[in-house]
Design a protein around this ligand. Structure first.
Ligand code: FES
Length: 105
């Protein structure tokens, strides 16, 4: 399944992920700028923060309590904020669009 990353300047990068791979893992494997992922996917750093495109928000499982509390420490979170290490790719998410924030810390 593909993921489209949109940078703050509007540029788009389409990458191919594996089913079961997290959006963070796919981003770092493809050197997508702006996904820092300091903790390596442990849901403890919030530097893998992304804004999910409005069309896709409802297609995701809601954030659990740990993710929710970590998101409060992210830079400029909003109602579309998620930690990309907690989003697992599936065929249903083929084509998902996520926006990379201007800063992660
Ligand atoms: Fe650290 Fe996602 S990689 S919270």
């Amino acid at each position: 399944p593909t993921i489209v990353f949109v940078q703050p300047d509007g540029s788009r990068q389409r990458i191919e992920a594996r089913v079961g791979q997290s959006i963070m893992e796919a981003a770092t494997a493809n050197l997508v700028p702006g996904i820092v992922a300091d903790c390596g996917g442990g849901c403890s750093c919030a530097t893998c923060h992304v804004y999910v495109d409005p069309e896709w928000v409802t297609k995701l499982e809601p954030a659990d309590d740990i993710e929710q509390s970590m998101l409060e420490g992210a830079i400029e979170p909003n109602e579309r904020s998620r930690l990309s290490c907690q989003l697992r790719m599936s065929d249903a998410l083929d084509g998902i669009v996520v926006h990379v924030p201007a800063a992660q810390f």
